[in-house]
Design a protein around this ligand. Structure first.
Ligand code: C2O
Ligand code: CU
Length: 472
């Protein structure tokens, strides 16, 4: 699946740094730079700029990155129902925007350059303001040249707390990413090359959790931990296997799901997806367990280690319901739904003829949605949806590659995969489609505007795998 090799830090060099970092939630913007104004709105400030991060161990040089002050950027956190006012200052040398991935907000606050706002020019500031309608785990990232801006480190967690705090002992946010690093620890600057665009996207050679080489996750015997996982990678899919633990999925893409453990125990996160887990401290103080990433057989590796404290919190984990309260999402009315067929095609080794592929590739494109390879963000809508009606997108991935498909402004239910009803009818905003898979999603189009609909492998998005869905 991964065919691009790249000068890398040797495995031995990388291993030398393992175990050094203790994983904890990234610095919070709510403490670092948030204020509450006189109307009770929460104010945050983000500055996008070039900087450096010690991604690999300190016996290597720091990595020049683009970030919101740190990688990940400050965690934005507020309570459901509160209004966020976020001023974003662009100190990059190019335009940017910030998209609040998964949050249902007014079209003008969605952060898509040219489609929903004028891009924020170098030196300019834009203020985003919206109500956090849904509790859950979300994230933010630029939508301008995102394959490079996100790839260089511009992203952060956006957490909306439930109105009443659920009964967990503790919670930790883990933002997963990967990087394509050169031997001097700098980022390989081959962003947007046509090979990545037409194959699996930019898969890096160095995986990080919260911007550092993965280390240990502290847990206590008898403790009930909420883990918020966010995949901020351009293209890498993660599949986590927790040895001797059966973490329970309680939310997908921020939204509650019937608590369950996947049949094979693997926690799969495609790019842009989030999963909230309950991890119970079932084992003896002082014990250690590996968490492996097994998404790509050739790249299988230990992601981090669960390290039990020497002291137990209590003799056993408390027995209480871990289900989260529902978010106020409009329930699709399937009996009265309008159906729209969506076909994804293109990519190497797919059904599109080589002569046609070559023509696209000369324009830096490789993928199509309903036969159109998109360029930029301002597009003729691929579909216009009647507002406040239920719509089903019947999607077919006619390519030989995986694609996490993301819709802005709405949250959909995943109804069927290859004609078979899903067990949990998950609410998601990004759904992973396997090669040749058919996935049906449904939602009430209750948010007027022009919304992006695209693959979240950022190189695929840049290579045409995008469209605009108009709700009017
Ligand atoms: Cu996370 Cu259109 O983006
Ligand atoms: Cu894709």
């Amino acid at each position: 699946m991964i065919s691009r090799s790249c000068p890398a830090l040797s495995r031995r060099q990388v291993l030398a740094g393992l175990g050094a970092t203790l994983l904890s939630t990234p610095p919070s913007a709510s403490f670092a730079n948030a204020q509450t104004d006189k109307n009770g709105n929460r104010e945050f400030r983000l500055v996008a700029r070039a900087g450096t991060e010690q991604i690999v161990p300190a016996n290597h040089p720091p990595t020049p990155v683009w970030h919101f002050g740190s990688v990940p950027g400050p965690e934005i956190r507020l309570r459901q129902g509160e209004t966020a006012r976020i001023s974003v200052t662009n100190n990059l040398e190019e335009e940017t925007t910030v998209h609040w991935h998964g949050l249902r907000l007014p079209n003008g606050m969605d952060g898509v350059p040219h489609l929903t706002q004028r891009p924020i020019g170098a030196g300019e500031t834009f203020i985003y303001e919206f109500v956090a309608q849904d509790a859950g785990t979300f994230w933010y990232h630029p939508h301008q040249r995102s394959f490079e801006q996100v790839g260089r480190g511009l992203y952060g967690a956006f957490i909306v707390d439930e109105k009443e705090a659920p009964a967990f002992d503790r919670e930790v946010t883990l933002v997963l990413d990967d990087w394509r690093l050169m031997p001097d620890a700098s980022i390989a600057d081959d962003f947007g090359n046509i090979h990545d665009k037409s194959h699996a996207g930019r898969i890096g050679n160095t995986v990080t959790v919260n911007g550092r080489l993965p280390g240990r996750l502290a847990l206590r015997s008898g403790e009930r931990l909420r883990l918020r996982l966010i995949n901020a990678a351009n293209a890498r899919i993660f599949a986590l296997e927790f040895s001797e633990h059966r973490p329970v999925i309680i939310a997908i893409d921020g939204h509650p799901v019937a608590p369950h453990t996947p049949d094979d125990g693997r926690i799969v996160l495609a790019p842009a997806m989030r999963i909230d887990l309950v991890l119970d401290g079932l084992h003896r103080p002082g014990s250690r367990f590996a968490v492996h990433d097994t998404a790509y057989p050739s790249l299988e590796s230990q992601l981090f280690e669960i390290a039990y404290d020497a002291q137990a919190l209590r003799p056993s984990v408390p027995e209480h319901d871990v289900a989260l309260p529902d978010n106020p999402l409009p329930e699709p009315n399937i009996d009265d739904a309008v159906r729209h067929d969506v076909v994804f095609s293109g990519g190497m080794m797919g059904r599109v003829e080589m002569t046609e592929m070559r023509k696209m590739i000369r324009r830096g494109l490789a993928w199509m949605v309903n036969g159109v390879a998109a360029e930029g963000h301002v597009l003729e809508p691929m579909a216009t949806l009647d507002v406040n009606r239920t719509h089903v997108l019947a999607m077919h991935n006619q390519t030989g590659w995986h694609h996490p498909i993301h819709l802005h402004g709405h949250t959909f239910r995943v109804l069927r995969r290859n004609g078979k009803e899903t067990r949990y009818r998950e609410w998601q905003d990004t759904v992973l489609m396997a090669p040749d898979e058919r996935v049906d999603i449904a939602f009430v189009a209750d948010n007027p505007g022009d919304w992006m609909f695209h693959c979240h492998v950022l190189e695929h998005q840049a290579a045409g795998m995008a469209g605009v869905i108009r709700v009017a």
